[in-house]
Structures are given as structure tokens and as C-alpha cells.
Design a protein around this ligand. Structure first.
Ligand code: NAP
Length: 584
């Protein structure tokens, strides 16, 4: 998607001519997208295309950028006051009778903070979505507070942000930045963005980049020093604010927004595990959040924000859980739902997947869908990956949970039994990692894979040769994949529960015995697991924690942790236990 299909017009203001692009129906609420540095309005192409179905979307090249003309002289031509004049000239043209919804990224956000906190724009802005660009006034107060009342933590914060701001000092040097941008840096920038920020596509940045970057250096020179030294005391927002913070932003510390409540009471906060250039790397997510925020403000109803544990980490994320129709999978789908994720509940049984999707919605999921697939069937999983990719996007968190139980001695276990267990418990995980993990890696924006193994992965038992082998393989696969994906920001966790009270005991097969004995063993196992009483919800909570903390292996339940300790420090004892007849 590009802005090529947009209607363009020129707006004259303060000695410059701005190039303004419009998409969508002008009768709908107007969303104004303001780009950052070094950028042009095309940074918004992907987001604008997604918003245009519902809104009147407007984006303009900031003075001196893209196809807008530059002020003469450059010095003093980029002050926040002049940028506010430009903004008002644009909105007076595109939406003279109705306040607009403002969205800014990077310097687009820095200047939008000015627009939304000065008197003369009151009544012209309906809402503001800020990403990766703080108010210079708020930043100035943030620095002053830390300098005047230093504590080790505050000094650490100052130094941390100071280190991230290295480029700001460079941009204050005369001439050099212009020479660099019009020379080698300008030529290399598209490659740098692709490599460092994983920005996809060849249509961005536009050829105007070297000139944009050279002119835009004045954004810094005209404003930073003066505002940071003398920040305005009354820089409070006069419209509702939504703050989107990409937590892997190499230029800005999330700590900068610690005092946000003071300047924008009731601001909605979202975080995204992504780098700085989110308009190009996470357009789906941004379009979704902007739509939700703008629609809520227009309809005068509260923004639906999840308040569950880890909501700041998983809000809006796409989470896919296999085997979600029951037990641990269902509990995990609901826990991610409670944290505000968008949940895809997959099971081979459609009805139970649909029920889980309903429960996830009731728990707080922003959206939840049911999908039917057999994880052991490669074709079925390929079709699932295609459907999910087209309908919902790239999965942020994948939970390979589907599994079946099988108990019986090695010689009682037929080759078909082996195949069945390995097909579901191991191949199911392989298919999931291969298909969804590859899409995650190609997107280049990180993600997380959770594979549900078991304490049986390291606790041998003469009664569970096939099941334990499948789970040991899942554990090793997870470790290998974790090593392989580490450089791509994708975490892999293996979760190893002990005895958890779910349906697995009533569906597990007991081989080598007749049907009546199998039924009896199922009944005993179910009673025993029931007495043990460890709920799947606790496993679900551990799964979310594993993602938040990026844990390699998680042992859940005391018996799983005990077995792990024995396997490391007294493997002989564990081998002796393996020879005992199971109590079932
Ligand atoms: P559960 O209640 O039986 O849930 C497993 C779900 O996976 C069921 O809805 C099941 O559907 C589904 N499933 C099975 N095969 C599938 C396939 N080929 N494709 C798609 N879905 C499939 O069991 P659970 O205890 O929650 O088990 C979840 C995971 O935890 C498993 O990997 C299990 O090995 C592991 N685990 C469980 C325990 C425990 O004590 N419960 C301990 C350690 C590890 P059907 O009902 O139609 O079969």
C-alpha cells in the first residue's frame, strides 16, 4: 500500500507550500498523520491504507521534507511555533468544521505534543496518538527533576537516555550532518533501516531522504536547546491521549513517560515489543489501536483497555494456542485474553475451540477466533498458517500445546501407537514452529514460541516410553531453536508441568491391557490427578511469565521441580524411581 492513490493538494502557509495527501471519505472523522525525522509522509503508507476504509486520512510532508518546500533561511524556519502554524493551515483546509484526530511518530509526535498543549489549537484536536516522540517540555521537566533531586536510579535514567541521544548531539554540529546525509549516509540509510530496524519493502524511504534529513536537522537546532532549558510549565494536553511505546526503541527510553499522568491525565498506554520505525514495521497493530481509540473518542465511550496481569505486555498482541479446546490450552487462551491479547484458539475439535474463543473474549480478549486444525497433519497446519496470516496477521506469541497421553510398556507400544504420539506431541510442535516461527522470523520484529513439554521429558518411567520420548524431544527442540532464533529477537520457552488436573487422563490411552482395564486405569488416573488438584490456570500463568521473562525452561509443580533437581544431582535416584510400577 502506498500513498500513490491519494488525492493531493498544496497548502500555502508562512512562506512555504505543503504537500498534503488525502485518502478515504471526507465525511468520516479526519485522522491526521504527522511524520518524523528523517522521513516523509510516505512512512505512513501502510497505516494510512489500513485506516482509509473507515476514516478520512490526511498526511502531509512537514516543511522542508518530501514535496513540501523549505523555509528560507533554514535557521529559525523550523520552530515549534511555525510547525503549529503549518498544522493549523492543513486542518483548516482538510477539516474546517470538525476537530481532527492527530497521530504523530518521532518528530511528528514531538511537534504534535506542541499542537495538543498550546491554547490556539484548543477545539481543533479531538484526540492524539503519540509514538516514539516525547514533548520537549515534558522532557525538559523530566531532566530538571532528575538533576535537581538525583538518586542512583534517577542518575542511571539520565545517563541511559543521554546515551540513547548520541545522534542529537551530532545533529547540533554545523554542516557535518548535511554533508553526511547528502553523501554516504543518505545512500546507505535505506540499507541501514532494513538491517537494523527490519523495515520491509523497497518503496521506502523515498528518494527525497538526503534532502529531508539535511533540512530536518534544523528541527533539532531550532528547538531542543531552548525548550529543554526553559520548558513550558503549562504543557498539558487538551485532548485525550494514547501513548504507544515500542519497548525496543534504540533512541528513546520508556522511562521518559513516567510522569505522563501529570501532563495527560487518563492517557491510554500501549506497549509494543518492537523497534523505532513502527509505522513501517507494525502497521497492522497501529491501525488497530488508532481505529479503536478514534472510534471510542468519537462515540464518547471509554477505550477498551485490558487491565489483567501483563496487559502492558500482551495488549493487542496476536497469540495462537494449539490444543486450546481443553485443559492447559484453554486456560492459556483465557489468560492471554485477560491480558488483552487477540487470541486464535486452535483445536482439532471445532466446538471446543469455539467455546474457548468465547471464554477468551469473556476474559477480556480484544478479539478471539476459533480455528480447526490437526497439529499432526502437515497440510492441515499449512492451511491454518495461510488462514491466520491472511485474516489476522503474523502471530506474536505461539503456544504449541496440543498433546495426547499414552501409557504402556515399550513392548506393549505398537509402531502405530508410537506414530500417533510422536505425530501429535512432536510433529505437532515441529509444524507449529516451522510454519508460524518462519513468518515471525521473516517479519523481523521478534516474537515468542512456547512449547509445552512435560516433567516426563527428564523423568524416565518404564510406563511412559513413547510419551516421555516425545516430550524429551520437544524439550531439546526448544533449546536448539532458542539458540537459532536468539539473534532474531524471538524467544523460545519449554514448559514442563508435572501432574495437572485436566482432561488428559480421561482421553489418554493405556496400551497392553484390555478395554475394561484401560477404562479402570483412566478412572484411577483421573481420580489421582483430581486429588493432586493442580489447576491448569496456574500453568497458564507460568506460560505468560515465561514469555515476559523470556525463560528457557520452566518447571511447573513441586514434583516437576523435584524431578529436575534429582535429574541433575541424583540421577541414580531418578532411575530407581523409573523402575517402580506407576500407582495407576
Ligand atoms: P487436554 O485437557 O486433553 O487438552 C489437550 C487438547 O489438545 C485437547 O483439546 C485435545 O483435543 C487437543 N488435541 C489433541 N490432539 C490434537 C491434535 N492432533 N490437533 C489439535 N488438537 C489436539 O490436556 P492438557 O493436560 O491440557 O495437555 C496440554 C499439554 O500439556 C499437552 O501437550 C500435554 O502433554 C502437556 N502436559 C500435561 C500435563 C498434565 O498433567 N495434564 C503434564 C505435563 C504436560 P481432544 O480432546 O479432541 O483430544
Amino acid at each position: 500500500m502506498t500513498l500513490t492513490g491519494a488525492r493531493e493538494r498544496r497548502v500555502r502557509t508562512g512562506g512555504v507550500e505543503l504537500c498534503v495527501a488525502e485518502l478515504g471519505d471526507p465525511e468520516q472523522p479526519t485522522v491526521v498523520l504527522v511524520h518524523g525525522y528523517p522521513d516523509s509522509k510516505e512512512v505512513w503508507s501502510e497505516v494510512a491504507g489500513r485506516l482509509a476504509g473507515r476514516f478520512h486520512v490526511v498526511s502531509y510532508d512537514v516543511r522542508g521534507h518530501g514535496r513540501s518546500t523549505a523555509p528560507e533561511p533554514l535557521r529559525g524556519g523550523f520552530t515549534l511555533e511555525k510547525l503549529t502554524d503549518d498544522f493549523l493551515a492543513v486542518v483548516d483546509t482538510v477539516s474546517p468544521d470538525r476537530p481532527v484526530h492527530l497521530v504523530g511518530h518521532d518528530w511528528g509526535s514531538v511537534q504534535s505534543w506542541e499542537f495538543v498543549t498550546v491554547k490556539r489549537t484548543e477545539g481543533r484536536i479531538a484526540s492524539f496518538t503519540s509514538m516514539s516522540g516525547p514533548s520537549l517540555d515534558h522532557f525538559g521537566h523530566w531532566i530538571k527533576q532528575r538533576v535537581s533531586r538525583p538518586t542512583p536510579r534517577r542518575v542511571g535514567q539520565l545517563l541511559g537516555q543521554g546515551a540513547k541521544s548520541w545522534y542529537v548531539y551530532l545533529l547540533h554540529t554545523p554542516v557535518l550532518p548535511e554533508l553526511a546525509w547528502r553523501g554516504p549516509l543518505g545512500r546507505r540509510w535505506p540499507g541501514i533501516l532494513r538491517r537494523m530496524e527490519k523495515v520491509p519493502g523497497d518503496d521506502y524511504p523515498t528518494p527525497s531522504l538526503p534532502a529531508d534529513a539535511a533540512h530536518g536537522a534544523w528541527l533539532y537546532r531550532d528547538n531542543i536547546r531552548s525548550r529543554l532549558r526553559h520548558p513550558r510549565a503549562d504543557a498539558r494536553a487538551h485532548a485525550p491521549v494514547q501513548l504507544i511505546t515500542p519497548v525496543e526503541d534504540v533512541f528513546l527510553s520508556p522511562r521518559l513517560y513516567d510522569d505522563l499522568e501529570r501532563w495527560a491525565p487518563g492517557a491510554i498506554r500501549r506497549t509494543l515489543p518492537a523497534g523505532h520505525w513502527i509505522p513501517r514495521t507494525r502497521p497492522d497493530q497501529l491501525a488497530d489501536w488508532i481505529t479503536e481509540f478514534v472510534t471510542s473518542v468519537e462515540d464518547e465511550r471509554p477505550v477498551p483497555v485490558a487491565s489483567g496481569r501483563h496487559a502492558d505486555r500482551f495488549g493487542g498482541q496476536l497469540v495462537l494456542v494449539t490444543g486450546a479446546g481443553s485443559g492447559i490450552g484453554r486456560a492459556a487462551a483465557c489468560a492471554f485474553g485477560e491480558a488483552g491479547a487477540r487470541v486464535v484458539a486452535v483445536d482439532r475439535d471445532t466446538e471446543s475451540a469455539v467455546r474457548t474463543a468465547e471464554l477468551a473474549r469473556l476474559s477480556g480478549a480484544r478479539r478471539a477466533w476459533a480455528e480447526t486444525a490437526d497439529v499432526s497433519d502437515e497440510r492441515s497446519m499449512e492451511k491454518l498458517a495461510e488462514r491466520v496470516g491472511e485474516a489476522y496477521g503474523v502471530v506474536d506469541v505461539l503456544v504449541n500445546n496440543a498433546g495426547i497421553g499414552l501409557s504402556g510398556s515399550f513392548f506393549a507400544t505398537t509402531t502405530d501407537d508410537w506414530r500417533e504420539v510422536l505425530d501429535v506431541n512432536l510433529w505437532g510442535v515441529i509444524h507449529g514452529c516451522r510454519l508460524f516461527g518462519r513468518l515471525m522470523a521473516e517479519r523481523g520484529q521478534g516474537g515468542h514460541i512456547v512449547n509445552i513439554a512435560s516433567a516426563a521429558a527428564y523423568q524416565p518411567s518404564k510406563a511412559l516410553p513413547a510419551y516421555s520420548t516425545s516430550k524429551a524431544a520437544v524439550l531439546m527442540l526448544s533449546e536448539c531453536l532458542r539458540a537459532e532464533l536468539a539473534g532474531q529477537g524471538i524467544g523460545v520457552s519449554a514448559v514442563c508441568p508435572g501432574f495437572v488436573h485436566t482432561n488428559i487422563t480421561s482421553t489418554a490411552r493405556f496400551v497392553g491391557v484390555d478395554a475394561a482395564e484401560e477404562q479402570r486405569r483412566r478412572g484411577r488416573a483421573t481420580r489421582w490427578y483430581g486429588l493432586r488438584g493442580y489447576p491448569p490456570e496456574k500453568v497458564a500463568a507460568a506460560i505468560l511469565r515465561a514469555v515476559v521473562r523470556d525463560q528457557a525452561v520452566v518447571h511447573i509443580t513441586p514434583e516437576a521441580r523435584g524431578a529436575r533437581l534429582l535429574s541433575r544431582f541424583a540421577p541414580g535416584a531418578l532411575r530407581a524411581i523409573a523402575r517402580l510400577d506407576p500407582p495407576l
